[in-house]
Design a protein around this ligand. Structure first.
Ligand code: ATP
Ligand code: MG
Length: 403
């Protein structure tokens, strides 16, 4: 093996890569140009410009589906604002918080502690009363004349974890500040998010609203074309590849992140195959690979009860086309619990898991009436059939079921 392995590495080194700079396709890469977002960029810039004169901008709420350039656009504008204010010595501070990050925005306490830290005040990780941490943060913020723009990216995650009290408090603090002012810019890809907020929080958060619509296939093509010039060597990307890649991404909604990922994974597959060009067939393989990885990852993170329920459904699906929840799945599930040593949950709880599986698009559950025998749910798997085998294997491994 060792000689084989060393010749494998030597071969690898001597092979020409298809990429000239793979980083360009990675999610952390920041492009120099933002395509097809002039209208949104102009609006945000106009709304935030007064901050340079220390006039408080309205709070802004930005929403649009995933991969529509929200984070990129806001970063781009705030970077420019930071550069100008630094050059001109303007006391404008911009804080960017990604609310998805644990340890920073998990709880109201952590978020306020993080904000206080930004102004140079350390707050212990736990233990102080909420009032006190707010006070420490307020006084640090108000210790000098300044304007603060607080960007809360993925703000729906914050509210999901902590409730909307923290937004209520943050949107009202200007009334208490004497020297400084704060504006909030919230970003979300959950289009229903603001509908569930307390009306008062909603109206102050969305003093201004900006929508990022999904890209269409042509716009995604433009984004891909610009990137692929820097990412791949000349002549590598075969004709029609970018068009097909854009069409794939625009099929659900125009998600630029997914399009870029697809192109990168397809390039890696082509390279591994030893191909000199990136062809449409590599995109097909890449799409299957991404779908597989996404599904396995989503299932892997679920609790064992969820996995056992899904496993029962998959076993039933192998045997018959129509699966009756009440009769079949629950019985088999109890059986699986014996094998795995899990304590069986009630039929009611498993029924909730079935609803969740339905929501995640893994199964399709239809309520049907059985006349005087009541109602049940008829279940079908709705994952592509080529994924059934791998998913079942991964469930068996996770549940320690030897087969
Ligand atoms: N108009 C654009 N021009 C160039 N690249 C873009 C454009 N829009 C998005 N991208 C790229 O697509 C990826 C996703 O963009 P971004 O992170 O801004 O999406 P988002 O709207 O914040 O999504 P999410 O809601 O999932 O956070 C990034 O890699 C970004 O560089
Ligand atoms: Mg984002």
């Amino acid at each position: 093996m060792s000689t084989k392995l060393s010749s494998f590495f030597e071969n690898f080194l001597s092979k020409e890569s298809l990429f000239s700079d793979k980083k360009v396709l990675q999610s952390t890469y920041v492009p120099d140009e933002i395509e097809h977002r002039d209208e949104q960029l102009t609006k945000i810039a106009q709304m935030l410009a007064p901050s340079l004169k220390l006039e408080r901008p309205s709070n802004i709420f930005i929403y649009g589906k995933t991969g529509t350039g929200k984070t990129l656009s806001v970063r781009y504008i705030t970077d420019q604002l930071k550069a100008v204010s630094k050059k001109k010595n303007i006391p404008l501070k911009i804080i960017h918080i990604n609310c998805k990050l644990k340890k920073i925005a998990d709880t109201e306490y952590r978020l306020i502690a993080e904000l206080a830290r930004f102004f140079g005040k350390e707050i212990p990780a736990t233990g102080l009363p909420t009032d006190q941490i707010y006070n420490t943060f307020f006084s640090a913020l108000d210790s000098q004349k300044q304007l603060v723009i607080l960007v809360l990216d993925e703000i729906d995650m914050l509210v999901r974890k902590t409730g909307d009290d923290v937004l209520y408090n943050l949107t009202r603090i200007n009334q208490e500040l004497k020297n400084s002012e704060i504006s909030i810019l919230g970003i979300s890809n959950d289009l229903l998010f603001s509908a569930n907020l307390h009306p008062q929080v909603k109206s102050s958060l969305s003093e201004e609203e900006i929508i990022f619509p999904p890209y269409n296939a042509i716009q995604i093509q433009d984004i891909l074309r610009k990137r692929s010039v820097h990412a791949f060597k000349a002549g590598v990307v075969a004709e029609g590849v970018l068009e097909k890649c854009a069409a794939f991404a625009a099929r659900e909604h125009g998600d630029a992140r997914r399009a870029l990922e697809l192109l990168r994974v397809a390039g890696e597959i082509a390279e591994r195959e030893g191909s000199l060009t990136l062809e449409i067939k590599h995109l097909d393989v890449a799409e299957e690979k991404i779908d597989k990885d996404t599904l396995l990852e989503m299932v892997r993170m679920q609790p064992k009860q969820f996995k056992s329920t899904l496993y029962s459904i998959m076993v039933m699906a192998e045997n018959n086309k129509k699966i009756d929840f009440t009769g079949d799945v629950y019985e088999l599930y109890k059986n699986i619990c014996v094998q795995t040593g899990l304590r069986p949950l009630t039929q009611r709880r498993i029924s909730d898991i079935v609803a969740e599986l339905d929501m995640l698009g893994i199964i399709n559950a239809k309520v049907i009436s059985k006349g005087r025998f009541g109602r049940t749910r008829e279940i079908n798997l709705s994952i592509p059939s080529y994924l059934e085998g791998v998913l079942k294997k991964s469930l068996e491994a996770d549940l320690d079921l030897a087969h």
